[in-house]
Design a protein around this ligand. Structure first.
Ligand SMILES: [Zn+2]
Length: 334
């Protein structure tokens, strides 16, 4: 081996979210996340602060993993970054992200210049789906659709081993599928988006609305009557404890999701739909009615082939997928 061309062994994955930044190293051939670390994003402190924090976390993770392996940073191939979008992958620019308050922000190159490694940029929800496809629930599938239920609903589509980006990098915005044409107003400007019914805050909001109009439930006691403290987690905890009203709210959530998933299945005919995020801790309280709703709505041969499963990489899917995007773009395969 000639000097300066040390064998590349790892790719850094960065998952930038509105709340937390997560960083870790992936062996190029796949494996466990190494040097894992997470810190709050604190976007209110400004874009420069966030970039500096990412750079610092990347450098620390590289130092930790390479020291442990007795090698140097030359063994790191580069950095895959997942960020909220919309974004322009070619220029590595975040076009607009309400959660971080950024506009036309050259995130990829700022990080690449600071860490002096090649970097790639893709949408965070695409990365989470790609992570599940590479090393999680979707291993070995050809067509995979991912949904991440959190503050919003992120989506991603993998076709024949590649993220499907569409004509202008917008593909996969499953959370903004209209499921009620006269429905709730969404912050994207549309009405009746899936996200307004099945995201964490939307679940809590629907639960509180029912309680305010007289529903009886242990939820009220769980928050000492302070209904504004109810979160999606409170709702699925009560459902797991067999509270009838909370179970009904989870069933409604599953029906909304089922309508969305049935639409996806009829359009893309995927082998698998992976549903990830905190809400999936409700387990069968979510998945059983979700699958039933899909059976009622989708074409039979499409829903029979499609497995609807929970994600296998909670907390790391975004990092794994960001590294997979880097590998795909630099090695031509994952
Ligand atoms: Zn929307």
């Amino acid at each position: 081996m000639t000097p300066g061309t040390a064998e590349k062994r790892w790719i850094v994955g960065v998952d930038l979210g509105g709340t937390n930044i997560v960083v870790g190293l992936l062996p190029i051939q796949g494996g466990d996340v190494l040097g894992f670390r997470t810190q709050p994003t604190e976007s209110q402190r400004g874009a420069r602060f966030v970039v500096n924090r990412i750079v610092q976390m990347v450098e620390e993770a590289i130092a930790e993993v390479t020291a442990e392996a007795g090698t140097t940073r030359h063994a790191v191939a580069g950095v895959g970054i997942g960020s909220p979008g919309p974004l322009d992958r070619k220029t590595g620019t975040v076009i607009n992200t309400p959660n971080l308050g950024w506009r036309n922000f050259p995130l990829r190159d700022l990080i690449a210049n600071a860490v002096k490694l090649p970097c790639t940029l893709d949408n965070d929800a695409n990365c989470a789906t790609y992570g599940e496809w590479w090393l999680g629930a979707g291993r070995g599938t050809q067509q995979l659709v991912g949904l991440t239920l959190g503050t919003g609903i992120g989506g991603g589509v993998v076709l024949n081993g590649e993220i499907y980006h569409g004509a202008s990098d917008v593909a996969g915005e499953i959370g903004h599928m209209t499921i009620d044409s006269n429905g709730r107003r969404c912050k994207c400007g549309n009405y009746g988006c899936l996200e307004q019914y099945a995201s964490g805050p939307a679940i809590a909001e629907r639960a509180v609305e029912g309680l305010e109009s007289g529903a009886v439930s242990m939820l009220t006691e769980m928050v000492d009557g302070k209904l504004e403290l109810i979160t999606a987690a409170t709702v699925y905890e009560a459902a797991v404890l067999s509270d009838a009203y909370a179970t009904e709210v989870m069933r409604d959530t599953a029906r909304f999701l089922g309508a969305g998933v049935a639409n996806i299945i009829n359009i893309l005919n995927p082998e698998m739909v992976v549903v990830a995020g905190g809400v999936t801790r409700a387990g069968e309280h979510l998945f059983e009615p979700l699958r039933a709703e899909v059976r009622r709505r989708a074409f039979r041969s499409a829903q029979e082939i499609c497995r609807i499963v929970s994600g296998e990489l909670p907390g790391t899917a975004g990092v794994v997928g960001a590294a997979a995007v880097f590998k795909r773009e630099n090695y031509g395969h994952v």
